[in-house]
Design a protein around this ligand. Structure first.
Ligand SMILES: Cc1cc2nc3c(=O)[nH]c(=O)nc-3n(C[C@H](O)[C@H](O)[C@H](O)COP(=O)(O)OP(=O)(O)OC[C@H]3O[C@@H](n4cnc5c(N)ncnc54)[C@H](O)[C@@H]3O)c2cc1C
Ligand code: SF4
Length: 639
């Protein structure tokens, strides 16, 4: 890889906007083919250095609220949204500050990170595949949008993505749970072992049935299934026909990137880089890939006949006090990989790719409903990744016609998301002891009460499918701009009754499951500052959270009049413009979306290679690098 600040004077075969998971994977593939790739990244690249990693760890340790962006320093040139920028009001409703402008009935409750590596720095790392039936919800269940391709088309790309990311999983368990990874398939690494919490659930739940009160009394048979992860475990010796698998090392971090050791801070930062992040892909870039950080793309430039010429971007030095210089870069083909919301924002700001009027529409996420309880005995939470297993049964079948499907994710981190535990427990016990209004505890009594309470905490995270709705959308307003003068994303977001019915169902199922576990339900959804997603529905009170799974804003389809990109993520309106990432997904099922997004990105890289090959030949590669081109210069350092 070549790091440099000013690529002027060099024409590139392809410009990629955004060095997150999608952009890094596409850049790596195209670089391996010998194409001259310019990767423009809005944020800094400091996290790829040892000092930058230590700095992020220190910032995280010092943060009061350990939210996803807690370790990462604010950047005034490339601002990121933050979950702390949403506040619930005392009687319900919300107030939004920060980067997003929000004007929907309900808040879009997710964030992302604008730094090299993107949201892939603070993701949780769960990589379940979508189900075959998720690709055709309109045809099969009468809601949402169908994909132009199906699971079988994507299957080889899922396998390629699992290799690129380094996925740990158990194929037999996936197949048995009707998630068809293939009878002969093995994952690159062995599954991340079940937590003790998972085992307590499995002992009491496996094989028992629960009735869904919403979906016509459908019975579901419970089974705890381990989730595939993008984090290092033991390489699988039988992977790749017995050739095995070698996990990627961490860039700039000697001896790091080894096995998951259970530090339990994966979101927002894995101290030992056991969890995949896109910097690992960047570290493997070939020499024809040039990464330029601190380069905020503000417009995509077009010429005659819809052809894209390149991009305009703003180069800055100091993220705290941005003074930017406007530059342009040209290439034969441009790939937008800046995140679902940023891709839409860029297309809208550039006035491109929108003959269907679908750019920015169909914004989706996985609304998350939490339920929490106390077990009678110790279950050892706050160890290992945030979740290692889930109840998969609620994702399938005819019930989807009546309420949106969901995964019931088993949390390993107690009530941390629900109530802010363990900090909230310390505060409450200091204030009033175990009983509300009581006398506070100190010293030995406090320690004993904390150990007793925290060690018995369990929680379920119901991650609910949101289907495409054109009125949930990203727009831009020329009057609302960021420090560099780029329009900020304006969001309109709401939840459908299909989702709200799902919350009714999930709440009832949670109560039944807690009953089977012998646990005492403590779930309470009330308005308040930490509950911006509070609302009432059919006499019920709910409060939901975002999952960070923004999708759908440049939706893929087979008809140019109703979709933005084709099945290769190529914009219908511009033959040499691609928009990759979750924004292309017409539906997101109930799976965390990134492995599907990665599979799509690798498939697009093939199409881009074909498109570029039809124009001309790639540069010749040699062991010494690319003849006649720059040699690597030092990676970025500094703030
Ligand atoms: C808290 C959290 C937990 C998550 N956990 C999971 C999980 O367990 N499993 C899962 O599948 N998914 C998870 N996700 C979602 C996952 O992180 C995203 O799907 C994925 O990172 C998106 O990748 P991307 O490359 O499309 O976008 P991003 O990761 O957002 O990368 C986009 C890149 O583009 C850059 N950029 C933005 N604007 C510009 C511009 N104008 N010019 C130049 N560059 C620009 C950004 O700086 C960034 O580096 C989680 C998300 C969050 C927030
Ligand atoms: S549990 Fe710890 S070591 Fe494992 S991925 Fe999460 S933060 Fe990294």
């Amino acid at each position: 890889m070549i790091f440099r600040r000013h690529p002027d004077g060099h024409r590139h075969d392809v410009i990629i906007v955004g060095g997150g998971m999608a952009g890094s994977l596409v850049a790596k593939e195209l670089g391996d083919h010998g194409w001259r790739v310019l990767l423009l990244e809005a944020g800094t690249g400091t996290l790829a250095t040892w000092q930058g990693h230590l700095d992020a760890m220190d910032t995280f340790y010092g943060a009061v609220a350990k939210v996803p962006n807690a370790p990462y320093r604010p950047n005034a040139a490339a601002p990121s949204p933050d979950v702390l920028h949403l506040e619930g009001l005392p009687q319900g409703g919300y107030r939004a500050t920060g980067y997003f402008v929000q004007n929907g009935p309900l808040p879009y409750g997710s964030d992302y990170l604008r730094a090299s590596g993107g949201a892939g720095m603070h993701w949780l790392g769960l990589t379940p595949r979508m189900l075959p039936e998720d690709f055709a919800t309109r045809t099969r269940y009468g809601y949402g949008r169908d994909w132009p391709i199906g699971y079988d088309t994507l299957r080889p790309y899922y396998e390629a993505a699992e290799r690129a990311i380094g996925v740990a999983g158990d194929a037999d368990e996936q197949n048995a749970a009707d998630i068809p990874v293939g009878a002969d398939y093995v994952f690159p690494m062995e599954k991340i072992p079940r937590s003790y919490v998972d085992r307590c659930f499995a002992v009491r739940l496996d094989g028992r049935t629960v009735e869904d009160p919403v979906a016509g009394g459908t019975d579901f048979t419970l089974k705890v299934v381990t989730t595939p992860h993008g984090r290092n475990s033991t390489p699988n010796p039988s992977y790749d026909g017995g050739r095995g698998y070698r996990p990627a090392e961490s860039p700039g971090l000697p001896n790091y990137g080894e096995r998951c050791v259970g530090n339990a801070s994966c979101t927002p930062i894995c101290p030992v880089h056991a969890k995949y992040n896109p910097l690992k892909t960047q570290a493997r870039f070939g020499r024809t890939v040039t990464l330029v950080t601190r380069a905020v793309v503000s417009r995509v430039l077009s010429g005659t006949g819809g052809r894209i010429l390149g991009v305009q971007y703003q180069a800055y030095d100091d993220p705290a006090a941005p003074v930017a210089e406007t530059r342009t870069a040209e290439a034969d083909l441009v790939v937008l990989a800046a995140h679902a919301i940023e891709n839409a924002r860029l297309l809208l700001a550039s006035g491109l790719a929108n003959s269907s009027d679908q750019v920015g529409r169909n914004l989706m996420d996985h609304p998350v409903l939490l339920a929490w309880a106390l077990m009678r005995q110790q279950v050892g939470p706050f160890r290992g990744p945030g979740s290692t297993s889930a109840l998969e049964c609620f994702r399938f079948g005819a019930a989807r016609g009546e309420r949106a499907p969901f995964r019931a994710v088993i949390s390993n981190w107690g009530w941390s998301w629900a109530t802010g535990s363990p900090g909230s427990d310390v505060a409450q016990l200091l204030r009033e002891g175990p009983a509300p209004g009581g006398k506070g505890l100190f010293g030995r009594e406090l320690r004993a009460a904390l150990g007793d309470r925290i060690g018995r905490q369990i929680a379920l995270q119901f991650e609910i499918e949101q289907s495409a709705d054109p009125s949930n959308r990203v727009t831009v307003d020329p009057g609302i701009r960021d420090r560099l003068g780029d329009p900020r994303p304006v969001l309109t977001y709401d939840l459908s009754d299909h989702i709200k019915e799902s919350m009714v169902s999930a709440s009832a199922l949670a109560r039944k499951i807690f009953g089977m576990l012998g646990a005492t339900d403590h779930t309470s959804h009330k308005p308040g500052p930490f509950q911006p997603g509070y609302f009432r529905y059919r006499q019920h009170e709910f409060s939901f959270h975002g999952a960070g799974h923004g999708a759908g804003t440049h939706v893929m389809g087979s008809d140019p009049s109703s979709s933005v990109v084709d099945e290769w993520q190529r914009c219908w309106d511009h033959p040499n413009l691609y928009a990759v990432g979750c924004g292309s997904m017409p539906s997101i099922g109930t799976s965390n979306p990134s492995i599907t997004m990665a599979a799509l990105a690798l498939r697009s890289a093939e199409a881009i290679h074909r498109d570029l090959s039809a124009m001309h030949r790639p540069v010749r590669l040699s062991a010494a690098g690319v003849a006649g081109r720059e040699q690597p210069v030092a990676a970025e350092a500094g703030p």
